[in-house]
Design a protein around this ligand. Structure first.
Ligand code: M6R
Length: 366
């Protein structure tokens, strides 16, 4: 059942070209500049008209929510708040009648997320679900939603569910933006074409596996890691750090790169590996100066860069190239090397990758 792979996690990482394509199937038609999300058909106006979206989730699903915050705000100009389900449910959150809540959950069984939905519902919110498991408790508790079609995810560390979530949330944001008229016809078309090209580009990223394995070998016994990114790559930094913690048990922190000088920079020395998400996008120049700050303190830098970048490779210790795409979709590519890096480090440390200690695949108790 592992399809020839040593672990489910590796199989699931390599399945992503397909699971992303499956999550778009029947929904994205770039040639006709057309999108449709069957499950949201009757709610699209409400989504486009909403003044506020609250996104709830836990762990990796919460990270997908942070990516969606950028997407909905930038494309559909809707105010978004992203909340840990566990915090949201124990506050007295302000929910107005036309607020939309989007609950993200791979398993559809996470206790805190389910309880947060019930609370928001009791206050009159409309709830959309983005779940992977059909018929799960969360899918049933929502008013509407769109499934991710990632297929069963067995590894405790979430990989293909994350990219499927981001895919579906991007489609939702694009659909809302088009309905609202906040996106130009040209950008809309461009993003649909870019979306359709993502599976092939993920396939390209996966070809760097051997190189990433070599980097993992060099850093197998690191005691700490820092992951830095800006914009849409900031949630990816958090996700990369979470993956490493979960399966290798190495302490790792993800930060927005600009926050580094507000504290974490004190940690940088020649023993500190720093993973930079440094793709060519609107924050490229800023990231370049953050890399300089780390190198000036002898940090060891692994940079995820856009193919063809000639500057960053001269500055850092290791580079992993990924193909170009539109900035809005970059997390779908930039997360892949981080999944592989954590996987190989964990394997080299002899960890139980698919079932790390102390963790369960779905957290059905609070
Ligand atoms: O099934 P869910 O998406 O609701 O699960 C949420 C988290 O428990 C989950 O993402 C967890 O953080 C993963 N182990 C991350 O790899």
């Amino acid at each position: 059942e592992k399809g020839g792979y040593e672990h489910f996690m590796l199989k699931e990482i390599f399945e992503q070209p397909r699971s992303i394509a499956d999550s778009m199937r029947g929904r994205v038609r770039a040639d006709e500049a057309h999108l449709q999300l069957g499950g949201l058909r009757n709610y699209l106006d409400k989504l486009a008209d909403s003044k506020r979206i609250v996104i709830i989730g836990c762990g990796t699903s919460w990270h997908a929510g942070l990516v969606a915050e950028y997407l909905f705000e930038e494309l559909a100009r809707i105010n978004v708040e992203v909340e840990y389900a566990s915090e949201f449910r124990y506050r007295n959150p302000i929910i107005k009648e036309n607020d939309i809540v989007i609950a993200i959950s791979q398993s559809g069984e996470t206790a805190d997320t389910l309880a947060a939905i019930e609370l928001a519902k009791s206050k009159g919110a409309i709830i959309f679900g983005v779940c992977n498991v059909v018929g799960s408790s969360i899918a049933r508790a929502t008013h509407a939603g769109a499934y991710t079609h990632a297929g069963p995810e067995i590894g405790v560390a979430s990989t293909k569910a994350f990219t499927a979530q981001v895919t579906v949330l991007a489609i939702m944001a694009l659909a809302a933006a088009q309905r609202k008229g906040t996106i130009s016809e040209e950008l809309y078309r461009q993003l649909l074409i870019e979306l359709e090209n993502i599976p092939d580009k993920v396939e390209e990223v996966l070809q760097s596996a051997a190189k990433i394995k070599e980097i993992a070998f060099i850093f197998t016994y690191a005691r700490n890691f820092i992951y830095l990114g800006r914009g849409l790559n900031f949630p990816v930094a958090l996700e990369g750090a979470l993956k490493l913690k979960e399966i290798s048990y190495i302490h790792a922190e993800g930060y927005p790169a600009a926050e580094m000088k507000h504290g974490p920079i004190a940690l940088i020395d020649e023993d500190m590996p720093v993973v930079f998400l440094a793709t060519k996008d609107s924050s490229y120049d800023k990231i370049v100066s953050n890399i300089q700050e780390v190198k000036a303190r002898k940090g060891r830098v692994i940079a995820i860069v856009t193919a063809g970048d000639t500057l960053i490779p001269t500055m850092v210790d290791f580079v992993i190239e990924i193909p170009k795409t539109h900035e809005m979709l970059m997390p779908l590519l930039s997360v892949i090397p981080l999944q592989l890096l954590s996987y190989y480090v964990a394997v080299m440390r002899g960890r139980n990758v698919d079932q790390p200690r102390n963790l369960a695949k779905s957290v059905t108790v609070e």
